[in-house]
Design a protein. Structure first.
Length: 212
C-alpha cells in the first residue's frame, strides 16, 4: 500500500432520492433501483446476508438474490449450513446491497422462512448442471481435511448422475426474507446522503427520512 488507508475516500454525487418522487411501496422502489442496478452494476444481485446465532453472535456473508416480490427476497443455500442452523434458531435476518456504480445501498430486515419444496425443485432444475452436481458434492460449512475429498466427492456424484437428470438434494433449497423494514440510501456530496426508511405498519408502509 503506497497511501494510508485513512486517505481513501470518494465523494458521492451521482443522484438524489427524495420522498416526493419515491414510490409509496418499497418493493416497487426496490424494483426501480434493481432494474438500474442490472444495467449498471457488475453483480447486481450480490447481497450480504446477516444472521445471528443462538448465543447472539452475528455473522455475515455474501449471497445471490434469486427473486423478489411482495412476499419478500429469495435466496438459496444448503439447509445444513451455518447460516441455515442460525436461521433455524433465530429466523430474524438482514440483507444489504451495495451498488457502488450507482452510489446506492439498500438494507432490508425481517423474518426468514424456508420456501416450499416445489419452488426449490423448480429453481434447482434451471441451474447449470455443474452447479447442480456441486450442490451434491458439498456439505456446506463443514470442515474439510483438504481440497481432494471435495474433488473426489464431485467425481462420485458425476458418475452417479451420468446421463441422468440431477435431482435437488433434499438438504438444499430456498429461503425467503419477508421484509418489515427497507432502507434506501443514495450517496450525496459532503456525506449528506439521502436515506428513506420504509417500515411496515398495520395500515401499510410508513416512510421516514433519516439523518445521514
Ligand atoms: C458473490 C458471492 C455469491 C454467493 N452466493 C451464494 C448463494 O447464493 N448461496 C450460498 O449458499 N452461498 C453463496 N455464497 C457463499 C457464501 O458467502 C458463504 O461462503 C456460504 O454460503 C457459507 O456460509 P455459512 O457458512 O455462513 O452458512 C456466495 C459468495 C459470494 C462471494
Amino acid at each position: 500500500m503506497d497511501r494510508p488507508v485513512s486517505e481513501i475516500r470518494k465523494e458521492y454525487s451521482l443522484q438524489a432520492l427524495n420522498e416526493r418522487e419515491a414510490e409509496t411501496d418499497p418493493l416497487r422502489q426496490f424494483d426501480l433501483w434493481f432494474d438500474e442496478a442490472v444495467k449498471s452494476c457488475a453483480e447486481p444481485n450480490a447481497m450480504s446476508l446477516a444472521t445471528v446465532d443462538a448465543s447472539g453472535q452475528p455473522s455475515v456473508r455474501v449471497m445471490l438474490l434469486k427473486g423478489y416480490d411482495q412476499r419478500g427476497f429469495l435466496f438459496y443455500s444448503d439447509y445444513r449450513s451455518s447460516k441455515a442452523v442460525e436461521l433455524e434458531a433465530n429466523p430474524r435476518a438482514a440483507l444489504c446491497f451495495w451498488w457502488v456504480e450507482l452510489e446506492r445501498q439498500v438494507r432490508v430486515s425481517g423474518r426468514v422462512e424456508r420456501i416450499n419444496s416445489r419452488e426449490s425443485d423448480a429453481y434447482f432444475a434451471t441451474r447449470p448442471r455443474a452447479s447442480q452436481l456441486g450442490a451434491w458434492a458439498t456439505d456446506q460449512s463443514k470442515p474439510l481435511p483438504g481440497r481432494e475429498p471435495l474433488e473426489q466427492r464431485l467425481r462420485e456424484v458425476e458418475a452417479r448422475y451420468a446421463g441422468k437428470t440431477v435431482p435437488r438434494p433434499p438438504n438444499w433449497g430456498g429461503f425467503r426474507l419477508a421484509p418489515d423494514s427497507i432502507e434506501f440510501w443514495q450517496g450525496r456530496p459532503q456525506r449528506l446522503h439521502d436515506r428513506l426508511l420504509y417500515q411496515r405498519t398495520e395500515g401499510g408502509w410508513r416512510i421516514s427520512r433519516l439523518s445521514p
